[in-house]
Design a protein around this ligand. Structure first.
Ligand code: 3PG
Length: 208
């Protein structure tokens, strides 16, 4: 069984980052650290994602770098080889959960229904990604399942922003949220690292 280090109680917001150029990787990681967010989830949805993880793991040791959008056993193995320190999947099959466990890395498997949450609890997980959060019932869903299933804890992701993050973070079954709003595509394209530092700083004022 893989190590189940808590991922969801480290920072209020895990930045979900989509990069198109390897050259963006180290500056964006440094900007997040400068803004007070020492965690980054690099999504495996661009051809450069693994190279970005490698660069960050090598040059920005002060950040915890993980791979998101882990959809297949191959993604889990590739991300591990590239130096990812944690894995996040938007949904989970038993095959995918097993592959993530084989890496030995802490990971957050995804769920979006009561049955999926129960399945992950059966597999031994008590921390999971709730995705896609806003369209799957959002805060109301998490409140509703917190009664019967209080031991499942979540990182809601998908449709979260500065406007609604606090309402998620106030829930007892939410450890952190995930979102792309700390690293907007236009800021990345413009290499506007100061804007990313400012956006990241928001999360240092977020409710615990
Ligand atoms: C993800 O990619 O895991 C989430 O979809 C990010 O969602 P957001 O772009 O709505 O923050």
């Amino acid at each position: 069984m893989a190590e189940r280090l808590s991922l969801i109680d480290r920072v209020p917001v895990i930045p979900v980052v989509v990069l198109d150029e390897v050259a963006q990787a180290v500056p964006v990681a440094r900007a997040l650290v400068a803004g007070g967010v020492p965690v980054i989830e690099l999504t495996l949805r661009t051809p450069v994602a693994l190279a970005c993880i490698e660069q960050i793991a090598k040059h920005v040791p002060e950040i915890l770098v993980g791979a998101g959008t882990v959809l297949t056993p191959g993604h889990a193995a590739d991300a591990h080889r590239a130096g990812a320190q944690f894995l996040v999947s938007p949904g989970t099959t038993e095959t995918l959960a097993a592959a993530m466990q084989v890496t030995g890395l802490p990971h957050l498997p995804g769920a979006s229904s009561v049955a999926e949450v129960l399945r992950l609890l059966e597999l031994g997980y008590t921390e999971m990604k709730f995705f896609p959060a806003e369209v799957s019932g959002g805060v109301d869903f998490l409140k509703a399942i917190g009664g019967p299933i209080p031991h499942a804890r979540f990182c809601p992701t998908g449709g979260i922003s500065e406007a609604n993050a606090a309402s998620y973070l106030a829930l007892p079954n939410v450890g952190c949220v995930g979102g792309s709003w700390l690293t907007p595509a236009d800021a990345l394209r413009a290499k506007d690292w100061d804007r990313i530092i400012t956006l990241a700083s928001w999360s240092t004022h977020a409710p615990a």
